[in-house]
Design a protein. Structure first.
Length: 392
């Protein structure tokens, strides 16, 4: 089969890594191509080049155009007009690419990419929307609902939690929603790891996530403050990127975190690892992971930590609950409760048998349920069913 992935990559994080890995696995038995609408993220483009997968850029090295509300209505109208003109141009290029390539399957990752398929004449391919996030019904706009109900043949979710949310929100029928988990290859993770130094005789905690309030770095810092006050010997590494295309929200939040560290005298306990796309080496050198995110599809960094034998303490949101059975494969806290993060961290470090039990259970879950073989088997079966039956 011929398979096209359409993306709008603004950064190169876990979601983008998983997309390229899936394409590489499919590439062994299918013809695969990526179409990136912006070509903005250099790390993403470099990863595509290294994967040896064919790709096209519809707006080479273009800066993402973000439509944001302004207090002056005339300014808003002008911004929307510019966006619409850019959308028409990219849509035209996408149609030309698809007409030339003649795919059997087109996979899109967001509503903007899906909108570029509108008005495609004599469409012969099947469209799959790949839902990588976790949604509540009120988070899905009227436009997105319209696109999902009218322009897709099937919807893939990366977690059961996302599948339930989409169905309960009335977005799609159950017979159109399929769960295909992301997968992790432990051996490949270790091969790609770089050497970083680890502090002696200090318990190492890692927080993975781009610098946005929804990723919960402040909660991890509050837990660090509690551990410090208890004279606990630890070091916290906050690993993430400052997001482009988010206005000044990401950068402003990052500066607020720096200020919190300074005000609470945490400089010797906390370090920031900014802009590092591959944090496997930091996970390998950690003892546990904090993950107080507010919304997740199926977090790659949690999968990586579990595959590498590092217990995870996390909020019970979205696909996190697919991965963590409380006190069996990890720990689930009350939402954003730094006291519980600190308490679970201290108990893990002081109870080696419990630590080893959690680590072993997590590794067993990931290796048996979130592996490459199962992922490819499920998605190939979906492809066959879609092409054979016309539509599910």
């Amino acid at each position: 089969m011929r398979i096209v992935f359409i993306t709008s990559a603004f950064s190169y994080g876990g979601a983008q890594m998983s997309s390229i890995e899936l394409a590489e696995r499919l590439h062994t038995t299918h013809e695969v191509k990526f179409i990136d609408t912006y070509g903005y993220s250099k790390p993403f483009i470099n990863a595509l080049k290294n994967s040896k997968i064919d790709f096209s850029l519809l707006s080479g090295n273009s800066v993402p155009f973000i439509v944001s509300k302004h207090k002056y209505k005339l300014f808003n109208i002008f911004r929307y007009l510019i966006f619409f003109l850019k959308w028409i141009n990219i849509r035209k290029k996408a149609h030309l690419e698809l007409s030339h390539y003649q795919p059997d399957i087109v996979i899109v990752y967001d509503d903007r990419c899906l909108s570029y398929l509108a008005g495609f004449r004599k469409k012969k391919f099947k469209t799959i929307f790949y839902a990588r996030s976790w949604y509540t019904p009120d988070q899905i706009s009227i436009i997105t609902r319209f696109l999902l109900k009218n322009f897709i043949d099937a919807l893939i979710c990366i977690s059961e939690s996302t599948r339930h949310a989409i169905f309960c929100g009335g977005i799609a029928k159950l017979n159109k929603i399929f769960v295909v988990h992301n997968s992790i290859n432990k051996d490949k993770l270790i091969v790609n790891a770089k050497v970083v130094s680890k502090l002696d005789s200090t318990y190492s905690i890692i927080h993975s996530g781009g610098f946005l309030p929804s990723k919960g770095q402040l909660v991890s810092l509050q837990a660090a403050k509690i551990l410090k006050e208890k004279n606990f010997d630890f070091h916290l590494s906050l690993c993430g990127i400052i997001y482009p295309g988010k206005g000044d929200i990401s950068n402003k939040y990052y500066k607020e975190l720096l200020k919190y560290v300074e005000l609470n005298d945490l400089k010797s306990y906390v370090s920031f690892v900014v802009g590092e796309n591959n944090i496997i080496s930091y996970i390998l050198n950690s003892d546990i992971m904090f993950f107080p995110s507010s919304s997740e599809g199926l977090p790659r960094s949690v999968l990586e930590a579990m595959a590498l034998g590092k217990p995870v303490i996390a909020n019970a949101v979205g696909g996190v609950t697919d991965l963590i059975l409380d006190q069996f494969t990890g720990f689930l806290t009350r939402y954003n409760d730094p006291e519980e993060y600190a308490r679970y961290a201290q108990s893990l470090m002081q109870n080696s048998s419990k630590y080893q039990e959690i680590a072993a259970n997590a590794l067993n879950l990931v290796s048996t349920t979130y592996n490459e073989t199962l992922q490819i088997e499920k998605i190939n079966q979906l492809f066959k069913d879609l092409v054979r039956s016309g539509e599910l």
